[in-house]
Design a binder for this molecule. Structure first.
Ligand code: APR
Ligand code: ZN
Length: 231
């Protein structure tokens, strides 16, 4: 079977990372227009870079690690029984730490930095607020996190839609279905004839669009679902 899996912040919640829209979530503590838009960066780059530095510091904490959901999804892809594309809206590296090798980060990656002057891309776990010069072109004050902000185009969408329109099964895990285009993937999969399944703590905004759904903590649902698929 050709399977497309979409994950959201809910799969990292049990690792200790806050989601965005649950009670106490990131958008309850920060305004999107202050820290996650190109205008915010143009207006007050230090505030934006500090927001992402704080999230990097948290993700570097040894107490934060992959959980059973990340490991189960890695097991699914590694089995070779099915063709699996793992698309994540998450910018953390917990899928990779859980063993996934080919992760499509449609919203970018927290531990990557891009230079606005020369577009160079660096693996970088450091403090973004340090006024560092770009190692490739020498420009200073031009570095930004390689994270897709609101109003910017998600990454590798062609690859996602190619997979969705050729999929047998689309599974959405740990996402509220609030942000497009990810919230529309279920419609694309359905119109291509795929079965669709939602695995989430509670019904998402798009719950009615899925053929099947199971609700509860992902670390309970996902390993059990992977066992079924691999049986
Ligand atoms: N198990 C399963 N699902 C969970 C769990 C859990 N333990 N904890 C929370 N959830 C679910 C919530 O019920 C919610 O539906 O995860 C979802 C998290 O939703 P959001 O906080 O909106 O996160 P997400 O859907 O990933 O946001 C999408 O919005 O802010 C932007 O770029 C950001 O990638 C993010 C995008
Ligand atoms: Zn540069």
């Amino acid at each position: 079977m050709k399977i497309v899996v979409l994950t959201g912040a809910g799969v990292s919640a049990e690792s200790g990372l806050a989601t965005f829209r649950d009670a106490g979530g990131i958008w309850a503590r920060y305004r999107i227009e202050d820290v996650a838009t190109p205008d915010a960066y143009a207006r007050n780059p230090a505030k934006v870079l500090d927001f992402y530095t704080q999230r990097r510091v948290q993700l570097r904490d040894p107490a934060i690690d992959a959980n059973d959901t990340h490991r189960a999804l890695a097991r699914l892809a590694a089995s070779g029984t099915h063709e699996v594309l793992l698309v994540t809206q998450n910018v953390d590296d917990l899928h990779e730490r859980g063993g996934s090798e080919d992760v499509l980060h449609m919203h970018g990656e927290l531990f990557k930095t891009r230079c606005l002057a020369c577009d160079a891309l660096f693996d970088d776990r450091d403090d973004l607020t340090l006024q560092r010069a770009c190692a490739a072109c020498g420009a200073s004050g031009r570095l930004r996190p390689h994270v897709v902000w609101f109003g910017e185009m998600p990454l590798e969408l062609d690859r996602v839609y190619d997979a969705l329109t050729d999929s047998d099964l689309f599974v959405s895990i740990g996402t509220s279905g609030n942000v497009y285009p990810a919230a529309d993937f279920v419609r694309t999969a359905r119109s291509a004839g795929a079965r669709t399944l939602e695995l989430n703590l509670e019904p998402s905004e798009g719950a009615s669009l899925f053929h099947d759904a199971r609700y509860g903590p992902a670390s309970n649902l996902v390993p059990a679902w992977v066992d079924e698929i691999l049986a």
